[in-house]
Each structure stands twice: as C-alpha cells, then as structure tokens.
Design a protein around this ligand. Sequence first.
Ligand SMILES: [Ca+2]
Length: 356
Amino acid sequence: MGGTSRAAGLRKGSVAWLRTAIVAAAAMVAGGGPAQAQDDPGFQSYMVQLRQQALADGVSVRTADAVFPGLTLNPRVIELDRGQPGATNTSSAIPAFAPYRSQHVDAARIARGRQTYLAQRSRLQRIEQQTGVPESIMVAIWGHETNYGSYTGNFDLLRSLASLAYEGRRRSLFAGEFIAGLKMLDRGVTREQLKGSWAGATGNPQFLPSIYLRLARDGDGDGRADIWNSPADTLASIGNYFTDAGWRAGQPWGVAVTVPAGLDRSQVRNRLVSPRCPRVFERHSGWRTIAEWRALGVTSQGRSLPADSVMATLLEPDGQGATAYLLTSNYRVILDYNCSNFYALSVGLLADAVER
Ligand SMILES: [Ca+2]
C-alpha cells in the first residue's frame, strides 16, 4: 500500500498521449528498451479474452470501451506480487508479535482512533445497535487498513487487477475482481475513485471490488456507497462486512491471559487442518469453553473473561511464558477481513485501547 502508480497521475490527458505516457512509464519501470515500449503482447491478447469474459458476465459495452483501450501491463504490480511472503516459500520462522504490536498499536494510532471514535460517535452507536458490531472494532479496522483514511493507495485499480490476472498466479481470483471493478463503473463509481493498493483493495476499508459490490452500504442516505470520502458509508460498510462474516453481538474478540507454567500444550492441541490459510490457524489451540480454560488455570490479565459457555482457542504469539490470548469466534471474523494473526490481534488491541 501507499505506492504510486505512474498511470494514475497521467489520467487526464488525451487517450493517445496517455497511452504513450503510460507505455513509456511502464518501460522505464521495467528497465526495458523500445521493444517493451509496445507493451507486453501476451498481455494485450489476454485483454481481448478478458473483455469477452467481462461482456459475457454482464459488463456494459460502454464501460468496456472506456477501459480496455489504453490498459497496459503494470510491471511494478507483478514485482510486488512476486515479493509477497508465500509467493515463494522462503523462511518459515515466525517473528515475535511484541515488536509488531508496538509499531502498529502505537500512541499516535490510538490517539487518532479516539478522535475518530468521538467524532463519529452518534453514527457508530447507530451502526452498533443495528449490527451488534462494537463501535471500537469498526474504528480499529479503519485505523489499521488506511490509518483512518490517510492513505488509501494510488494504484489504478483496474490496471493492477488486469496485470495480476495476466500474471496468472491467482488468475481466476484477479480476473473476477477485475470484472467486479468494471461493474463498479457500471454502478456509477468513477474511474478516478478506482484507486487503491497494488493488490486491488480500494477506499477507506480497503475492499476488493467483489466485496464492494456485495457489502458496501450507504450510511448517510445519499444513495451511494462512497467508501472513499464518506465516513458514514465507510463505517456502515465495515459493520455490514462484519455482520455478514458472522460477528456475534455481546462477545469480545478475545482476552489477554496468563497461562500457567505447567500447562500441557499437547492436551489442547488443535487437531484440525483449516482449508483456509492453514498457517494462521495452525498456531491456535483446539476449542475449549471458557470454563475449561479456567479449570486449566488460565487467568485473565485484566478484562473479564467471556461467559463460561463461550468457546475459545488459545494463541501464544510470543511463545510460552509471555502474554497469551483466548480468542472467540469473533476473532475469526477479523481474520476473515485479513487472514493474519498479527493483524487480527492488533485490530482487537487497538479497539480495546480506543474504548478504554
Ligand atoms: Ca452515501
């Protein structure tokens, strides 16, 4: 996130000039010579195929005609995608959570979160009443995704998604997101608004286009779900995402706990392999009720534990002897938003700090 697309800043000129400028910029990024300045021929022939696919899926000819001419490969996006952890299996060592926490749940982000919380209070209360999603969780998601809207990404979203689809590592995912992006234009979103991270997430909540189409909501009643400029629409959309993903009202995301030194971890080991992001879930214990955890000697570090019957897993992100967390099914909802334990823990801890 936070990268800049050369294409984005050049969008206002004539099509011919624009195309020349983009191709030149792309060639500079790629470090290529004049041969590459004609753009990648494989990409252009894939665009012919993608256009057919988009039209067959109901995208209007008008939108297709506005987007496809001039669409070029963005080599920078491919480079960033190949640099992703998981793209190539490198180190399997898991870093400690504590340094990540102090960097991502820092005083500035907490202070800004409190300001946002106070400024949006009446709106947040209304959404919490409707959805059961805590006000502080919605604020913390906004804070983590885009630092409360201060950086939402400058990549031309359709160019990024087309490039990722062409690259092919996850073609059906990105081709689908590209087509969903075209449908956003059909719904009245402007091409100027369609900017975001290199990986195709856009707006304050960093929604992928398919998520926008399915879950973005109009929170201020003007008939549009403007997740780029409207705090009301942003928060209503995040609340709706969490409701859809199964947030249970009245339960916390989790609680910081102390684990007794003698706890036999093999006894609470998780024996299931998650089909979805298994490396994230394999770090969790099996499910036990809060009453069972209590009986095993696990104690809260401050906040009260959920009711005895609530199910929770144990995560020890900094290893044995350090602060651990009992996590409810609501933690899984945060993981649904972004499948990383460090991300989800930080969202929960930021939310706790904001409402304290
Ligand atoms: Ca609106």
